[in-house]
Ligand binder design. Structure first.
Ligand code: ADP
Length: 176
């Protein structure tokens, strides 16, 4: 499984599944969530509303993930995850690790081979980008997951919107 970090907009990626840094409501938000819903179109919100009506009446817990179709995205699936929100005191790295590893579990479960992943929690949720990068890349998260599931995915591509966050992920890939 290849792990890489590239600059860009996650909504443009030609991959099987795109991970969304959603919130527990699954009903849309700003940042990458807003961009994914805008690009995917109303089908995505309808799929999220269905999840809330059926399996997730209380929303998606922090650190968990769930898949929907990708609407108008090139990606066939969106994997929604909820990172911890440092602004309300959610600073446990285990929750952030779980957001990344559960996203890969769900992507593999639906049959994706290639997955694009944003810097979950590094925006509105207030985590420092270098911490997010270290947690995401480390043996405890994506690298560890790849070791445990060597044939489950071909590519995990971190797609980073800002040069500073890209640099943090490049450093983490070089160091961890
Ligand atoms: P959170 O609420 O989990 O912090 P945000 O969406 O606010 O999520 O931010 C997560 C990261 O996603 C930030 O680094 C932000 O710059 C980045 N981001 C925002 N839009 C996009 C996009 N279209 N593609 C990739 N990354 C994006």
């Amino acid at each position: 499984m290849r792990i890489e970090a590239v600059p860009g907009d996650i909504t443009d990626q030609d991959v099987d599944a795109v991970v969304n840094a959603a919130n527990s409501s699954l009903l849309g938000g700003g940042g990458v969530d807003g961009a994914i819903h805008a690009a995917a179109g109303p089908e995505l919100l309808a799929a999220c509303r269905d999840l809330r009506r059926t399996t997730l009446p209380d929303g998606l817990p922090v650190g968990d993930a769930v898949a929907t179709g990708g609407g108008r995205l090139r990606a066939r699936w969106v994997v929604h995850t909820v990172g911890p929100n440092a602004r309300v005191g959610e600073t446990d790295p285990a929750l952030l690790r779980s957001a990344f590893t559960r996203s890969l579990d769900v992507a593999a479960e639906v049959g994706a081979r290639t997955v694009a992943v944003p810097a979950v929690s590094a925006g509105v949720y207030g985590w420092d980008a270098a911490t997010v990068a270290a947690v995401a890349v480390a043996v405890g998260a994506v690298r560890g997951w790849a070791g445990e599931h060597p044939d489950a995915l071909d590519l995990v591509r971190f797609v980073l919107f800002s040069p500073a966050v890209l640099a943090a992920f490049e450093d983490a890939l070089a160091e961890h």
